[in-house]
Design a protein around this ligand. Structure first.
Ligand SMILES: *Cc1c(COP(=O)(O)O)cnc(C)c1O
Length: 481
């Protein structure tokens, strides 16, 4: 009786293990979908304003399921069309992401084999692979052998891990929080303030250090503020520097900031989520002078290494600090003890995690570093090119781009530049072929170009220039009539 019921249940659940024929059919359908998507990527839009996402509710979750073709049709209409298309080279807003093909294949294999990447005992290979990738990044920034790190889901969690580690390494306990000071700038990514709050340090004193003319932290002002805080009996604790701010792409003067941190005994956390991988470009290494003097560092392979979303990285120079904040012990884990390598579970908040090392390892090993360096240099040069051309077209520009973000707006002969440039970006969004975003700098409305998608090439930038000039002229004409 018990056996019969169990066998009936096994039958009812059999579809969870499709046979090789069904696997073949499903895989072909998905491959065709993916190929169509990629074949149309250059003729499609960077942004679609029309939102059909509520169609998802037309297929409620039920007992019997739907055909793959119905589901792929839904995916196309409700998910892959509306909003920004991050896979498109026409995405030049915010900080674009990646999505290189071998990473998708790697994810496929990671999901099929479902290797357990959290603990060395469970899968030594997956953990060594992750540690090898972290070592490669640590070598790039010049961290010593004792550095440790973790592949996170993104830059926000990487910042959270770094800030939590700094808190514990500095022994900032609850009593010290109201007197501890954290230094950042108006350009610091908002996820840092979120991380500070989540790490229980929301009541620390946050000092926004003024910016220089190129939106970089003013080091003289930083040093003055640290001395002043010390004189007042406060405890200067952490400085957050950005290597490539999200808004303007500005690179803080890391080497000078590091010297202040060393002489005053502060923890230096560098947020290089956007800019970090530009260090692979020989012409840009001067922006990274002194990064090895920092205490912790974060990068986003899903930005500058063109990986699909879901991969960030944190590195801590003295790995023991990272471990001290994140190790754990549980009786049910006793078989996993004593290993030759640190496990991600000892160095991060996660236990079970996606085998995310494979999506980074496979493309780097398959292609080598040369094409990554070339693509990054191309993105940097596209930004320089746009900067020259948009000036020639009569737009006002922010500073010459240090990496690949350009800020610009049209002001010539305009009474209300903020309103004018808002109207201009609305026209670009209605068009949608190229997507751009905007920002407020000292209450002024600026348009931004951010080149980082590996698919963004010269023709996209030329098309954007054409669209901007036409839309600007159109608005000017309307004004005079
Ligand atoms: C994108 C970004 C972040 C946040 O990273 P996520 O991967 O989006 O979580 C943090 N800092 C900077 C400078 C960034 O550009």
């Amino acid at each position: 009786m018990l056996r019969t019921t169990i066998e009936q249940l096994e039958n009812a659940a059999r579809i969870l293990e499709p046979d090789s024929d069904l696997r073949g059919t499903l895989t072909t359908q998905v491959l065709n979908y993916a190929n169509d998507f990629l074949n149309r990527i250059d003729t499609g839009k960077g942004y679609e304003k029309e939102d059909a996402s509520s169609k998802l509710y037309d297929l409620p979750i039920n007992e019997s399921g739907y055909d793959m073709s119905t589901l792929l049709e839904m995916l196309s209409i409700a998910v892959d069309r509306p909003g920004i298309n991050p896979a498109s080279g026409g995405h030049t807003g915010y900080i674009p992401g990646g999505g290189i093909y071998p990473s998708a294949l790697a994810d496929y294999m990671a999901d099929i084999t479902n290797r357990y990447a959290g603990i060395y005992f469970a899968n030594p290979g997956a953990v060594r692979m992750e540690n090898m990738l972290l070592r490669w990044m640590a070598d790039m920034i010049g961290y010593p052998q004792e550095a440790q790190g973790n592949l996170t889901s993104g830059g926000s969690i990487a910042n959270l891990v770094a800030i939590t580690t700094a808190r514990d390494a500095l022994q900032i306990k609850s009593a010290q929080i109201p007197h501890s000071v954290i230094y950042l700038t108006e350009q610091t990514h908002h996820c840092v303030q979120k991380a500070i709050r989540i790490a229980g340090m929301g009541e620390c004193i946050l000092r926004q250090i003024p910016l220089d003319a190129e939106y970089r932290m003013d080091v003289t002002r930083l040093h003055e503020q640290v001395r002043k805080d010390k004189a007042e009996g406060l405890r200067p604790a952490i400085v957050i520097a950005s290597v490539g701010s999200t808004d303007t792409g500005a690179v803080d003067p890391v080497n000078d900031i590091a010297d202040v941190c060393t002489s005053e005994g502060l923890w230096l956390q560098i947020d290089a989520a956007y800019g970090g991988f530009f260090q692979l470009v020989p012409e840009l290494t001067h922006h990274f002078k002194g990064v090895e003097k920092s205490d912790s560092y974060i990068l986003d392979p899903h930005k500058g290494l063109f990986l699909p979303y879901g991969t960030g990285a944190v590195l801590v120079k003295h790995g023991a600090h990272l471990h001290a904040s994140h190790w754990y012990k549980a009786h049910y884990m006793q078989d996993a003890a004593n290993q030759d390598e640190f496990s991600p579970a000892d160095l991060s908040p996660e236990l079970t995690k996606h085998f995310r090392g494979l999506r980074m390892w496979l493309p780097i090993q398959l292609f080598g570093l040369t094409p990554f360096r070339a693509a990054l240099k191309e993105k940097w040069m596209l930004a320089q090119y746009f900067y020259e051309k948009i000036r020639e077209a009569g737009f006002e520009t922010g500073p010459q781009p240090q990496l690949s973000v350009v800020t610009y707006r049209h002001t010539d002969g305009i009474d209300d530049p903020n309103a004018f440039n808002q109207a201009l970006i609305a026209a670009i969004h209605r068009d949608g072929r190229i997507f751009i975003s905007s920002t407020l700098i000292y209450d002024q409305f600026w348009l931004r170009l951010a080149v980082l998608c590996f698919r963004t090439h010269l023709w996209h930038v030329d098309l954007l220039l054409e669209m901007l000039i036409a839309a600007r002229n159109n608005l000017l004409e309307k004004k005079t009539h």
